[in-house]
Design a protein around this ligand. Structure first.
Ligand SMILES: C[S@@+](CC[C@H](N)C(=O)[O-])C[C@H]1O[C@@H](n2cnc3c(N)ncnc32)[C@H](O)[C@@H]1O
Length: 214
């Protein structure tokens, strides 16, 4: 198991090509997500923006949108900046669990392929934070690695705990290990955080897009 930021720093070269060519559903998912960003959206927050593959599609449609991106890995943010040197993006290197979000500030918050590393408890905490950061009719879009079967979810969480225990890695430190949730658990977590309507709108292989309305 590698530390989260070291894992992505090691792989930043060739990352975009890998996601677009090898992770099934991502290429289509980036495009599909951009369709759900509200037309009147002036301010958007991207959690775990990385090199901004989802932002590449959104900026094609909405070149003047104001973007805040948060990511743990500086090398990924540097790549994003390199791709869009003249876009005034507000990029923050830090954890989205810790960085404060301004209340009622974004018409759209989104995340792409980053939430499948965390426990239900952490996600619920974050979704409540996202809920508060959205404007009253705001929307949260999450496209991620999700599964259909509870046994599969349980298997990955228990493997994660077992490996961490063996290596002496504390549960709260960010290490890269995939722990996908079931679609129904994801929807339930978002509902528990206060979202009034949550819907699965797209799925290719395990890449699944949920739309959560405040
Ligand atoms: C698979 S990449 C996805 C990047 C981009 N959203 C995409 O779809 O191409 C996951 C990203 O999440 C970031 N990440 C993981 N945990 C994070 C955390 N707690 N806070 C902020 N970023 C995090 C990683 O640094 C990495 O850039």
């Amino acid at each position: 198991m590698e530390r989260m930021d070291e894992f992505f720093t090691e792989r930043v070269e060739g990352y975009d090509e890998h996601m677009l060519a090898n992770v099934e559903g991502c290429k289509e998912g980036y495009l599909e997500m951009s369709n759900y960003v509200p037309k009147n959206c002036s301010s958007l927050l991207d959690l775990g923006c990385g090199t901004g593959l989802e932002l590449d599609e959104i900026l094609k449609r909405m070149p003047n949108i104001s973007i805040t991106g948060i990511d743990l890995t500086q090398a990924m943010l540097d790549k994003l900046k390199e791709k869009h040197p003249d876009k005034p993006m507000h990029l923050i290197c830090g954890s989205y669990f810790d960085v404060p979000f301004e209340a009622s500030s974004y018409e759209c918050v989104l995340s792409f392929q980053t939430m499948h590393h965390f426990s239900h408890e952490r996600k619920l905490f974050l979704y409540e934070k996202v809920y508060r950061a959205l404007t009253p009719d705001g929307i949260y879009l999450e496209c991620d690695y999700m599964v259909e079967n509870q046994e599969v979810e349980d298997f990955y969480y228990s493997e994660n705990s077992r490996i961490r225990k063996e290596l002496g890695i504390p549960a709260d430190e960010f290490y890269h290990y995939d722990t996908p949730c079931t679609i129904s658990n994801q929807i339930a977590l978002l509902r528990d955080a206060g979202f009034r309507h949550v819907e699965k709108v797209f799925r290719i292989e395990n890449t699944t897009l949920l739309v959560a309305r405040r």
